[in-house]
Design a binder for this molecule. Structure first.
Ligand SMILES: [Zn+2]
Length: 243
């Protein structure tokens, strides 16, 4: 009896090993696929982190992973290469893009915001009116996308004005046409203040990844609308109605 079992075991053992190896390989492939989709979903969610006047950075659970980019600026590492490629292709097309702002810490945002309010007070506005005017232009500290390391202000070096005229510069036109190919969107388009909370910022670009940027560009919608459309309830987007 014993020798029969040993014989059987010997006879089966090569097959058992082969079967075990095959099962193991399948399990590894399966786990790999699961991990990849879980990871890319996580990355997608990260890139689509919504920050606006009604969704502060502190409630997103987002922490930037900073790396250096040109001009002594810092960006989240998920988009640093895409930003570099976009700026270099923009230059290769004969334009002069200049990065003037990238990642800003909460403190830097605070200094910027308070400085702009003070500048308007110095010009003769009341503190209330000064703050109201600044709020349309600059995010309150803790509510700026720049704190994510995913937003960039890019102007034309020959015309560095941060106003609507930036859209008419060669750089502004090239970016409006091509940024989506690199995963960037113009975050505050014309006539969307009721949704985004900000006036038209043709110099402010936000990284959302190539898929989302392509969809947003072809549908001609804002990030708020895109998240509502594709992620619905899960994303819990809050924004005030226009009007
Ligand atoms: Zn900006």
């Amino acid at each position: 009896m014993k020798s029969q079992v040993t014989f059987l075991r010997r006879k089966l053992s090569p097959y058992v090993h082969v079967a075990a190896a095959v099962i193991l390989v399948f399990l590894l492939i399966f786990a790999g696929i699961r991990f990849r989709s879980w990871y890319s979903l996580g990355e997608n969610r990260r890139q689509l982190t919504l920050v606006n006047a009604w969704n502060p950075v502190s409630e997103t659970g987002y922490t930037p992973k900073l790396v250096s980019v040109e001009g002594g600026f810092q960006a989240d590492r998920s988009c640093a290469d895409a930003l570099t490629r976009m700026l270099s292709d923009c230059r290769a097309a004969g334009n002069k893009p200049q990065l003037v702002s990238a990642y800003r810490s909460l403190d830097e945002q605070l200094v910027l915001y308070d400085g702009e309010v003070q500048r308007r007070i110095d010009e003769g506005k009341s503190p209330e009116l000064a703050e109201l005017a600044v709020r349309r232009e600059i995010a309150k500290p803790g509510r700026s996308e720049h704190e994510l390391g995913l937003a960039f202000d890019i102007v034309d070096a020959d015309h560095p004005e941060e106003d609507a005229s930036q859209a008419e510069t060669p750089t502004g036109r090239w970016l409006a046409e091509n940024a989506w190919r690199y995963g960037f969107i113009q975050r505050y388009p014309e006539n969307t203040e009721g949704i985004t909370g900000y006036s038209w910022h043709p110099w402010h670009y936000r990284y959302v990844g190539e898929d989302a940027a392509g969809n947003i560009a072809s549908l001609n919608i804002t990030l708020e609308e895109y998240i509502n459309l594709f992620y619905g309830d899960e994303a819990a987007v809050v924004y005030e109605d226009a009007g």
